[in-house]
Design a protein around this ligand. Structure first.
Ligand code: AMP
Length: 273
């Protein structure tokens, strides 16, 4: 497995590859969620490149950029065991220059929900993903449905800028009790973990309600809120797959999304109906 630390090294690696490439962008501290994306790419492509880059542009000032978990040695081992061909591990200066044009997420869909609660977050995400796409030139890029709005905005960017890349949405991986895996879960104490389970529980109950014929978004949100009474819910949203708010749930075209703070840790989760 090649470890590429500079843009020059990446370009040189890429120029030597004649086969189609699968790409998995990550911020590291890899867990089974990331690993499922990586495994899918390794299975589906002759060559897979994983990037590990904690992107400062997607964190706002009061967020956890400096303390975000970094576990490079373990991450490299995971990639090697998964038969990844190359890992791109750039320093910030490799990716960003002092003055550069910046990409803005689309005005409404980039500034609701996650974009509302984390102003500028998606501008930073799109900025780095576009740079990485241009460098890596993948045929397929793998993204988790866990970050559903991010997935939507990246798909939208690919279409808007006519990028010749196929975005592959990947299922959410959870622990045995239902908590969606996240690099930030290591911030949670045992008690907080227990409380955090109410997020996936509320989504499960929402899906059960829908299966029983309750398609009223407000009624479902109320039930979900009641289940998450011990945590600080930022939003419960029910939208269609294009992130338009929905009042009546339509099967196969709905996403139910939650963001909540458990102690100091902000968590997101969702379910695709
Ligand atoms: P991150 O390192 O948090 O930027 O995540 C890198 C990629 O892994 C993104 O496409 C995420 O959506 C995806 N991902 C993170 N957690 C999970 C999970 N629990 N299940 C599936 N994909 C995930």
């Amino acid at each position: 497995m090649k470890i590429l630390r500079t843009v020059k090294e990446l370009k040189s690696f890429r120029n030597k590859q004649t086969c189609e490439l699968g790409f998995v962008p990550t911020m590291g501290a890899l867990h089974q969620g990331h690993i499922s994306l990586i495994k899918q790419s390794v299975e589906e492509n002759p060559c897979t490149l994983v990037s590990i880059f904690v992107n400062p542009a997607q964190f706002s000032e009061n967020e956890d950029f400096s303390t975000y978990p970094r576990k490079i040695e373990a991450d490299l081992k995971i990639c090697e065991l998964a038969n990844v061909d190359a890992v791109f591990l750039p320093k910030i200066e490799e990716i960003y220059s002092k003055a550069e044009p910046s990409l803005l997420a689309p005005s409404i869909k980039g500034y609701i929900l996650e974009g509302y609660n984390r102003p500028g977050h998606f501008d930073g995400v799109l900025q780095v993903v576009l740079k990485l796409f241009n460098l890596v030139k993948p045929k397929y890029a793998y993204f988790g449905k866990k970050d559903a709005q991010q997935l939507f905005l990246i798909q939208n960017m690919v279409e808007t800028f006519f990028l010749d890349i196929k975005i592959v949405p990947c299922e959410i991986i959870r622990d045995e009790r239902g908590l969606a895996l996240s690099s930030r879960n290591i911030y949670l104490s045992e008690v907080e973990k227990e409380k955090a389970l109410s997020i996936s529980k509320s989504l499960k109950i929402a899906s059960r309600e829908v299966m029983q014929g309750n398609l009223n978004a407000d009624a479902i949100k109320e039930k979900m809120q009641a289940i998450m009474s011990e945590i600080q819910v930022e939003y419960i949203a029910i939208t269609d797959r294009d992130f338009e708010k929905t009042e009546k749930i339509v099967i196969k075209n709905t996403i139910i999304l939650v963001a909540a703070k458990v102690g100091q840790t902000r968590l997101i989760d969702n379910i695709w109906i």
